[in-house]
Design a protein around this ligand. Structure first.
Ligand code: ADP
Length: 301
């Protein structure tokens, strides 16, 4: 769909060059994650969805998961988000994730993985913005802090401003373009002050210029709030543009086959030669990477 709003009096997108806030401070507010999945099976039909997964995410780190369809990416996000507790392994989110050294497989079925992480606030952003159609942009953002007072309202307004939506706080979703609706969803996610943000292909199926503006919006907010992000995508260029680190998954069963640190300066905008070079090098070294077709290897650094 074109991102033009149904109401032609609204601009298609806010000025992509604007910056709504000062550069981030150095404070880190994100949670660490320590995850071991010995096995994750579905019963019907019987499927070994994930096996032998171990990783640690540092507080405030932006980790991208790349893999083909069926590699278990969504299943993994559901486990980390506490939506699926039926797996063999162990999940720690928060300070306990860093205290135990390297992950150890535990061979216990975790049925209460989230119980020990009750203080952690986990946000989700999906491909669809999932706004309440009867609430305006501001109320949609405030939905995640329903008992908020005047200070919360000011913060929600500031977030909308930072997301490039200043002046649109009273607009209903139907009056906003698709890109603006996604900005509201991102602002809402940050308003919940998540210590961990899980993002499942949030910019899939958008035209590229719009997707780049939204990536910039996300990067700016992440830089400011330093929440920990786990971001799923099929798109290697997007992964290199956003991530501190990329975990490549292969299917049947879903597992990590390669890991790549991304130590490139930001901004890594559309057409950034350093991003294109890293992409080309990765695919030259591992032609089957996006289909999960490499063995487990150490990152070349
Ligand atoms: P991805 O997100 O990488 O496309 P998924 O996590 O959706 O992969 O799926 C991983 C595997 O688990 C696939 O083989 C899929 O068919 C299977 N699967 C996912 N959800 C279920 C379910 N509820 N019941 C049975 N099998 C499932």
């Amino acid at each position: 769909m074109s991102d033009a709003a149904s109401n032609p009096s609204l601009p298609d997108e806010p000025d992509p060059n604007r910056r709504g806030f000062e550069a981030a401070g150095s404070a880190v507010s994100g949670s660490a994650i320590r995850l071991v999945i010995d096995r994750k099976r579905f019963r019907d039909p019987p499927t070994l969805a994930l096996e032998g997964i171990e990783f640690v995410v540092d507080p405030g780190e932006f980790v991208v998961i790349v893999g083909p369809s069926g590699a278990g990416k969504t299943t993994l996000l559901n486990i980390v988000g506490g939506l699926d507790r039926d797996f063999e392994g162990r999940l720690d989110i928060g300070p306990s994730a860093l205290s135990a050294g390297s992950p150890q497989a535990s061979n216990v079925r975790v049925s209460n993985a989230r119980a020990s992480n009750a203080k952690e606030r986990i946000g989700y952003v999906f491909q669809s913005p999932r706004l309440m159609p009867w609430l305006n942009a501001l109320d949609n953002v405030q939905l995640v802090r329903p008992r908020g007072g005047q200070a919360d309202r000011q913060e929600a307004l500031a977030l909308l401003e930072e997301a490039g939506l200043g002046g649109f706080e009273d607009a209903l979703p139907a009056k906003l373009s698709g890109g603006m609706q996604r900005r509201v969803a991102i602002a809402r996610a940050f308003h919940a002050r998540p210590t961990l943000l899980l993002m499942d292909e949030p910019f899939a199926s958008l035209d590229e210029p719009l997707a780049w503006r939204l990536r910039e919006c996300l990067h700016d907010l992440w830089r400011r709030y330093r929440t920990t992000v786990l971001f799923v995508t099929h798109d290697l260029t997007e992964a290199i543009s956003l991530g501190d680190r990329i975990l490549f998954f292969a299917p049947r069963p879903g597992r990590i086959v390669y890991e790549q640190a991304v130590d490139l300066p930001h901004p890594r905008g559309s057409g950034d030669p350093a991003v294109s070079e890293m992409r080309a090098r990765l695919l030259a070294d591992h032609p089957g990477l996006l289909a999960g077709g490499v063995g487990k290897e150490a990152s070349p650094g």
